[in-house]
Design a protein around this ligand. Sequence first.
Ligand code: BES
Ligand code: ZN
Length: 631
Amino acid sequence: MKKIQKLAIIAVLGLMACDTQSKSDQKTEEMEVKQNDPHSYARADEAVVKHLNWQADVDFEAKRIMATANWDIENISGVDTIYFDTKNLNIEEVRLDGAEQASTFVLHPEEDILGSKLAIPIQAETQRVSIKYHTTKGADALQFLDPQQTADKTHPFLFTQSQAILARTWLPCQDSPGIRFSYEANVKVPEGMMALMSAENPTEVSANGAYKFTMDQPVPSYLMALAVGKLEYAKIGEVTGVYAEPSVIEAAAYEFAEMQNMVDTAEALYGDYRWGKYDVIVLPPSFPFGGMENPRLTFATPTIIAGDRSLTALIAHELAHSWSGNLVTNANWEDIWLNEGFTVYFENRIMEEIYGKDFANMLAILSYQDLLEEIDWLKSEGRLNDTRLKVDLEGRDPDDGLTGIPYDKGFFLLRLIEETVGREKWDAFLNTYFNNFAFEVMTTDAFVEYINEELLSENEAWKKSIRLEEWIFKPGLPDNCPDIESTKFKAVEAQLTDWKGGKEASTLETEYWMTPEWLHFVRLLPDTLSVDQMTALDEAFNFTNSGNSEIQAAWFEKVIPNNYQAAKVATENFLVEVGRRKFLVPIYKAILKSEEGKKRALTIYQKARPNYHAVSRSTLDDLLGLSKSQA
Ligand code: BES
Ligand code: ZN
């Protein structure tokens, strides 16, 4: 895209205050479509942060971080106050430009979702704002684990989860994806432990527990991350490697052996990997997500270590975010499909390159099944509007927008565009898109304008057949959603028909099945199963004790409503051990289906809850109908 067009789009974005003056001069009438972030108190067009120097001490005994955040700022319009987001932080002191005298500040009363606005009076020429603070028990991003909750059980562990708006619970920051900053950090942890951030990382344990980090590329606050534990590093390829606890490192290195290949493949598809290294850290099982795309260091659940490398699409996904999300970033959480939908699409392309079209198509069909189910569920909850790609989160927790819609509906829209314009043109478009908007934000409206101008204007028929606006701004699934066929899944369905016709489970032809085929099989099992049927399936395929967490979770969901006693203990162990929300929600829902299950769910939850991260706790408290005081 020509420079001049690019500037026009940036003007439409309207919150590019962190951009250069020349760009903000481009403001036009159109810019009034201003995209302010409803989830941040920061005023991006007035005074913004540019660089962070973070000095921190991690205290495992008190389970808190004591720190000073030294922010280099730019007072764009010469305002007298700069605003930060904080939540449950204890602010001790504020200083301007290293002055000896402490400065005044106002910490506003806490709002339910957003937390407390921190207002700091500044001068036109103020360059540095230093905030001394410590975290509290209410730091929802942080999970401090006792040794018992780790794989090795010898050392405690700490990890953060900042997305979407939890960075403010461990760092006073301008917590909006539209505001980027570079950073450096000095972090002190107990001797013998390793600290890692979304930055340039050590590969060895330091002698005195002191670590220094730098992240030269500007990143938004939701990508701020810290993990501390007894960790080791194993190199995988030229720029790739994995961190894990000593007892896990070997299995992790084996599982993720394709990582370097994935990076090379991704680069061949959509351009240079811009972040130097790409490592993964395997966290303890309470990590609430499958993965989190922290720059240079993906955080991952140990539940993807299946022993046979079959769940590594998740790594492809987090890696893909290095382009869609970390490079070109959703302007605010209402545009999250620009991060997640593009990433699921990119993930699928990486998987196709490495494992073939058949494999990628199976993943796509599973995603389609998820999508139909999600739309049905949201409809039944009276949340039809949340089935739109661009969602309305005003006054709501951004976590509410985190459904399967931005992922799966986003994926199918991009797949439709690919099928309509042809892969060659589409790939060229995406390459340019990532390049042009690297280290910048994107809004849904700007994207629509950009793709219409740069790609779809070439052919009116394309526009007509894609119906972009309907996909993005209307609820439900448009009737032109691509239909994906899989001969492999047809074969699975044939086996299932035989089984339903009386063929014994152990004699089914499943020899070459991979994880997606097993998932398809389990999902298609009838809702009502007899004890004999479940027992025979288990004897033949060992679903209940499968080492594959995805298969196990799908199986539990199926057999729980059928009151399958033999899976009770395994289900309970799974729920107590694993904190990954995507697994927990459907399993608890399945238990809750019966009257008697309601009591059982609560009993299990009481035992499991202390192991869960705040993100999972909050979802499950709601699901199980616990108010904050009861929980
Ligand atoms: N960035 C997300 C996780 C996330 C999104 C956390 C929004 C908080 C708010 C991550 O990339 C993700 O999508 N994880 C998925 C992976 C899956 C789709 C392969 C997960 O955790 O299940
Ligand atoms: Zn993602």
